[in-house]
Each structure stands twice: as C-alpha cells, then as structure tokens.
Ligand binder design. Structure first.
Ligand code: PA5
Length: 329
C-alpha cells in the first residue's frame, strides 16, 4: 500500500480520456444540461468530492455528489451522471446508475470492469488501470473525471502534469514541510484525529478521516469551517475526557474573515485542553493545495498503520459486509 500511495503523483498523470468519452462529453456540452451528479461510494467517491469543491467557483451549473441507491428526484434527463466504482461491483453505484439510465440521463462510467461495465455497455466507459485498492486509485480516477467535468462545463483544462510535478518535488523532501507525515503519525498515535478543513479543503479533511479509518484502522473524524463554529465547538467542553488530536488544514486562500475564524476557533480549542495543531503546507494554486494535502494525509495514514502494525491493504470488515449483502468483489 505504501508504494501505491507514494505513486500518487505518477498516477495523477495516468488516465487519458478515450475518444468516445471525450466526444460524448463535448456533445453533452453542446446539448446543454442543468447539472452534473457524480455517483460513487468510499474510495471511488472522493475524487468527485474534491473536483466538485475545486470547481465550485467556476461552474455555472450545480456539480453535486451522491452516495446511495436511488438518485434524488431533481436529477432529470437534463443532468449528466458520472458513475465511479473501481471494482465495478458496488451495489449502491450500480443501482444509482440504473436509476440514471431509466431517467434518460447522459451517463459516463469509470471502472476497472465488473457488473458496472456490463450495465454501462453502449455508453461511454472509461476503463481504469486495475490492481490498486480503490482508495489508492483516487489520483487515477481524478485524472479522468476532472478533464471530463471541465469538458462538459466548457472550462479551461487544469494542467495535472504540472500539479503532479509539484507533488513529486514536495515529497522528495518532506523536511521542507513544517512536520513530516511520519512525525504527525507519531503525534496521532493513541489519539482520535479530527481533521478540520475549509472550502476546497473540506473534502480533503473528509478523505483524511476515511484514510485513517480504512488504512490505519483507527476512529477519526472530520469537520469544516465555518459550520463547525455553530455546533462542534461546544463539544470542546469535553476535550479532557477524550484523547482528541484536532488538525486544522490551513489554506493559502483564506481571506481575513476565515483566518480570524480559524484563529478564534483554535484559541477556544486550546483553552479547553484539546491541543489543536495548524497544518500549513504553503501550497497553491487551489488544486495543488487540495491534492498536496491529500497526498500528505494519505501518507500519514500509511505511517500510522505501520506504527500500529496493521495492514493498510486489508479491509476485512468492508468485505465482510459486502459478502453479507451478496456482493463478493
Ligand atoms: O477504498 C475502499 O476499498 C472502499 O472505500 C471502496 O472504495 C468502497 O467500498 C466502494 O467500492 P468501489 O470503489 O469498488 O466501488
């Protein structure tokens, strides 16, 4: 798993949209749509979350994510649906794609194969490279769905090659970051991490939590500002009862209001004995920052798994549940 995660920058350059998908995307753009819905679960969902947050200031139509069986009613035939399942066997994703097909939505599918490939036949299917854990395939998936989204939306394409180059440079020398993933894993050992993000770093905080759950097999939580100022902050009153490690993901894009909010929140967390830390990587532009944090925090989950002597590859309980529900792969 370590080598998969360390291959993040390389994988970010891996998926090239095939001709059929690209033509269908251009056609969808010309026809005109009311919105785009990205469908997927777990590791297959997160690339969509990151893209939706990244594009939120540029898209003039809603780009939303959906995790579940039946598409919400607002997804009409004038919505494009992008279904992602790395294995191609995820029940919820299969069911959601069926509901999109029955509504006549233009659909796009990303998978390595499985039942999803069969279900999506006759529509654009982008095959993903097999052999990874779904959650480690995030850069593979993102390198396909981001250009797809940008084509459908008529936006300038993000240069993922130079983003990948930047990530490669950063990972050569983690000593240039204020803390290395290994040092942070040591600090997180025996604690319950709480990742707090803002704007495009909110899905990154969520991803970090999931990686801690699945790779390191530890409970972890995520939240986002400004919303956390209206609820979670009250729970700091109980910080001395729980070994929490709040990690605030600080963005170089924060405006003054957001900075003030972060600082005030940190003060309250500290005053209540929660020992929060600021994680600043000093990255920009936005996509570099979102993916740089993701890469760093993915490595954190591997370091923690190794410290805890658990196998980051195995997901015994997810497999057990899928078996119980009749899905074996
Ligand atoms: O990372 C994982 O292994 C899981 O979170 C899976 O992504 C999740 O169970 C969904 O499976 P798939 O990505 O194959 O659709």
């Amino acid at each position: 798993m370590r080598s998969m995660v360390e291959g993040f920058p390389l994988m970010l350059q891996a998926t090239r949209l095939d001709k059929t998908t690209l033509e269908a995307a251009k056609h969808t753009r010309q026809t005109g749509i009311d919105g785009i819905c990205l469908v997927g679960m777990g590791g297959s969902a997160i690339a969509g979350e990151i893209c939706a947050a990244y594009l939120s200031d540029r898209s003039t139509i809603p780009v939303v994510t959906f995790r579940g069986y039946t598409m919400p009613p607002f997804v009409s035939e004038r919505w494009a649906v992008i279904a992602v399942s790395y294995s191609g066997y995820t029940d919820e994703t299969l069911s959601a794609l069926k509901s999109a097909q029955s509504r006549g939505c233009p659909t796009f599918t990303f998978t390595t194969g499985g039942d999803l490939e069969k279900l999506a036949k006759d529509t654009p299917i982008q095959k993903l490279t097999a052999g990874f854990q779904p959650r480690a395939a995030l850069p593979l998936i993102l390198s396909g769905i981001l250009p797809l989204l940008e084509t459908i939306l008529g936006l300038e394409r993000t240069d993922l090659q130079s983003v990948a180059k930047g990530l490669e440079e950063m990972s050569k020398d983690w000593q240039n970051t204020p803390i290395t993933p290994r040092q942070l894993a040591k600090d997180a050992s025996g604690k319950i991490p709480l990742f707090v993000g803002w704007k495009h770093l909110a899905p990154v905080a969520y991803r970090a939590r999931c990686q801690m759950n699945e790779n390191a097999k530890v409970m972890a939580f995520n939240s986002e500002l400004p919303e956390a100022s209206h609820n979670e902050i009250e729970a700091t009153a109980s910080c001395d009862e729980f070994p929490l490690l709040p990690v605030f993901l600080r963005s170089t894009e924060e405006d003054q209001k957001t900075q003030d909010r972060f600082e005030a929140t940190l003060e309250i967390f500290s005053k209540n004995g929660c020992n929060p830390m600021n994680l600043e990587l000093g990255l920009h532009p936005r996509i570099q920052e979102a993916l740089g944090f993701t890469f760093f925090l993915d490595l954190l989950s591997i370091e923690l798994a190794e410290l805890r002597n658990v196998d980051p590859l195995e997901v015994k309980r997810i497999t057990e549940l899928k078996k119980k529900l009749g899905k074996t792969t």
